[in-house]
Ligand binder design. Structure first.
Ligand code: ADP
Ligand code: ZN
Ligand code: ZN
Length: 720
């Protein structure tokens, strides 16, 4: 017999697997999903076997042998490996890097996969049944199941080969449960549902079982989370596990807390704020089946589960589900793929669904379940447009907004001011000579950060101290123009010296404990005005707000990105939805220079539903997503010419292919960023399959063409 080879996905940016000789001594454990250590150039890398060993046929090529097999049983089960392969194909990203993204840190580098949580193995109901009907020739499985039934408990006391155990877990016949889980004692009772919730729950749970997607559209405070909890409980009762995705977990510990109170403290989190060790343990616990629920951010879509039955994607419209660099996947879209392959249930929840999901619901692919009333029956907040033209603005705030603030604070109520820009001011200008502070590495201005006395580039992170005078003409006075959160905060501190004004933006996100305290203070009404960025729109529950001021949303009306207005509508609706939750109707003031803009009027008069219907019509006419499919080829280099040449060559490859519209290469919106000159090429197709096969055809050629150019493909790009 010829020597055996295995194909290994190695974490390198190359679009191919690498074949290695499989030494006879290692052959027993080499299966797809098993990690191996391989020589790669002069390095040693940890890769994953992606194909069963096969015989070497041609001996013209030299193969190097594997160094070691690192797992007894596949670390990546068949399901997760297939998901990674699907994602690598769909997003045109090297499989080795996709797999590396799916593994938590230490496992990625080859550390032993050991679940530390005490656990014990149990026969599942399916396992009981299998024991009765299993044919005699499956002796190993039968005796393992019998041993378990006879009362073996701890992992050590159940003598079974890891491969057999893995197989039994895969079959769903055995499951390990945490031995230390203090289950029912901590669990609180569900709330009795309102009539509207009952109806919605009925729609979620009824009808065809197996794979199904429900778009749960409900305004903030309509009781969506309560319905997630019901479906989660049902899933656990059926012996399955569940995954809950949230856009930003450091801001929603309330949700994890609520899940734990209801479902027990086996609920584990998975997000980047945790240590590598914690993440690894949660990952392994889900894989072994010892945790019933994982609640996590985007990357949790790659957590393996022993028996996943339900995925919930909360705030499904949120842009943070799409990874914006490297492996550019959408966790929401992968959730659909994963649920489909597992025949599982998927709930997409939002007060402001994405146009993609609305379109799928209208086309009958998703169930459209609505919750239109708030639980605490107060009317939804009305948004009033505040025409700021010709008004004298004080640090960006118009007199009517300031008087509304005065009234709100006099009554002892809370207010929220939203402005989608952090820092003090986006421009620093010399009134004498017109000089503006610009980034040396980007086509962008530097943002003034007064608190830190620095100028910071929000695109590449470059920083410098605030200059004392004009570097160009020496004038002493420099003027900050425009406003960010810091400036609004400062203006309010000056106006209301005895009130507590707080700021919430990503500059504060790093310090998690401080953030937690701040959110607690807001909920306990110790904060009078909260000034913040879009972070405020992400699913917080601030029960006491009576006034929301939106400093400006006009930027979106001039934006070049075809999604800009959809985003603006979502943001405004989400921020406005924070107002008036407990008992009183909230007041929302939206400052604008464009009070007659038809889409802004539509949003104010007909709400997000009105706006989204109009936008869907526009998209249909313009043949933009969701009525077509896009991929963006990006390229960058130190000089301007190579990216354009590269994209022009790519365009030549694409032009003869069928079913595509290939635009001209153009400089990117901000042409120079972090010292690189950037360009992009947009490819559009009516059929997803045409786009997919075109990309598959050109990628190998691009690698050859890309001399000195960094390039990437973004399938279903979020920003153009
Ligand atoms: P959403 O997720 O849509 O914002 P939640 O599920 O968080 O809504 O519900 C909003 C508020 O109403 C929460 O404080 C929740 O505890 C409460 N609530 C939800 N359902 C009920 C119910 N059936 N009875 C009483 N209160 C409820
Ligand atoms: Zn000057
Ligand atoms: Zn910069």
């Amino acid at each position: 017999m010829n020597p055996l080879l295995v194909t290994v996905a190695v974490p390198v940016p190359l679009y191919r697997g690498f074949d290695y000789l499989l030494p006879a001594s290692l052959a027993a454990g080499a299966r797809p999903g098993v990690r191996v250590r391989v020589p790669f150039g002069r390095r040693k890398l940890c890769g994953v076997i992606v194909r069963a060993p096969f015989e070497r046929v041609d001996d013209s090529q030299d193969y190097r042998p594997l160094d070691a097999v690192l797992d007894d049983a596949p670390l990546l089960g068949a399901e997760l490996l297939a998901l990674c392969e699907w994602a690598a194909e769909y997003y045109r990203h090297p499989l080795g890097e996709v797999i590396a993204a799916a593994l938590p840190g230490s496992l990625k580098h080859g550390d032993a996969a050991v679940l530390h949580r005490p656990q014990r193995w149990q026969l599942t109901p399916d396992g009981q049944q299998a024991l009765a009907t299993l044919p005699g020739r499956n002796r190993a499985q039968r005796s393992a199941l019998e041993a378990l039934q006879a009362g073996a408990r701890g992992a050590g006391e159940w003598p079974v080969a890891p491969a057999i155990r893995a197989r039994l877990v895969e079959l769903g016949w055995v499951a390990s449960v945490a031995d230390d889980a203090r289950q029912p004692a901590a669990v609180s009772d569900p709330l009795p549902l309102t009539a509207a919730q009952q109806l919605a729950l009925h729609e979620l749970e009824g009808g065809e079982q197996g794979f199904r997607v429900s778009l749960l559209e409900g305004v903030t405070g309509s009781g969506k989370t309560e319905l997630y909890l019901r479906r989660l409980q049902a899933s656990l009762d059926a012996g399955r596990q569940a995954l809950v995705l949230v856009p930003e977990i450091s801001l929603t510990p309330q949700l994890a807390q609520r899940l734990r109170e209801r479902l027990g403290d086996g609920v584990l989190s998975f997000h980047s704020g945790m240590s590598e060790g914690e993440r690894e343990q949660a990952w392994l616990a889900a894989r072994e089946g010892t945790t019933p629920v994982i609640v996590g951010t985007r990357s949790a879509i790659f957590v393996p589960f022993a028996r996943l039955g339900l995925i919930v994607v909360d705030e499904e419209h949120d842009a943070s589900y799409k990874q914006q660099d490297g492996f550019r996947y959408s966790a929401r879209d992968l959730a659909v793929v994963r649920a489909q392959r597992l025949k599982a249930e998927l709930i997409l929840g939002s007060a402001t669904p994405s146009l993609e999901s609305l379109h799928n619901a209208q086309a009958g692919r998703y169930r459209h379940v609505r919750l239109s009333e708030r639980i605490h029956a107060q009317a939804p907040p009305r948004i009033d447009l505040l025409d700021v033209r010709k008004q004298t603005l004080a640090h960006g705030l118009a007199p009517p907004l300031l008087s509304a603030l005065d009234r709100c604070l006099e009554a002892g109520d809370q207010a929220l001011l939203f402005i989608n820009r952090r820092g003090y001011a986006p421009i620093l200008l010399c009134h004498a000579c017109g000089w503006q502070a610009a980034c040396a590495h980007c086509d962008a201005r530097l943002t003034v950060h007064r608190g830190r006395s620095r100028l910071i580039c929000h695109h590449c992170g470059a920083q410098q101290p605030l200059p004392r005078g004009c570097p160009s003409c020496g004038a002493a006075e420099l003027m900050p123009l425009g406003q960010g959160t810091e400036r609004i905060e400062q203006a309010l501190l000056n106006r209301y010296p005895r009130k507590r004004i707080e700021r919430l933006d990503s500059d504060r996100l790093g310090r998690r404990h401080e953030l937690q305290r701040l959110l607690d203070d807001v909920r306990a009404r110790r904060v009078d005005v909260l000034v913040g960025t879009q972070i405020l729109a992400k699913g917080h529950d601030f029960p006491n707000l009576s006034l929301v001021g939106i400093v400006s949303a006009d930027q979106a009306l001039y934006g070049a990105d075809f999604r800009a207005i959809e985003r603006m509508g979502q943001l405004v609706t989400q921020v406005a939805g924070r107002a008036g939750r407990a008992g009183q109707r909230g007041e929302v003031l939206l400052q604008t220079h464009e009070p007659d803009h038809p889409l802004l009027r539509l949003l104010v008069e007909r709400g997000y539903a009105g706006l989204s219907a109009a936008l869907l019509n526009e998209r249909r006419e313009a043949r933009l997503p969701p009525f077509s499919h896009l991929a963006l080829l990006r390229a960058e280099a130190r000089d301007a010419a190579p990216p354009m040449h590269f994209l022009a060559a790519a365009r030549e490859l694409l032009l003869p292919l069928r079913g595509l519209q290939v635009m001209e290469p153009i400089p990117s919106g901000m042409e120079r960023r972090a010292g690189f000159v950037r360009a992009q090429l947009l490819v559009q197709a009516e059929q997803r399959s045409a786009l997919q096969s075109a990309l598959a055809a050109i990628v190998p050629r691009l690698t050859e063409l890309a001399r000195g150019v960094r390039w990437s493909i973004d399938v279903d790009p979020a920003d153009l």
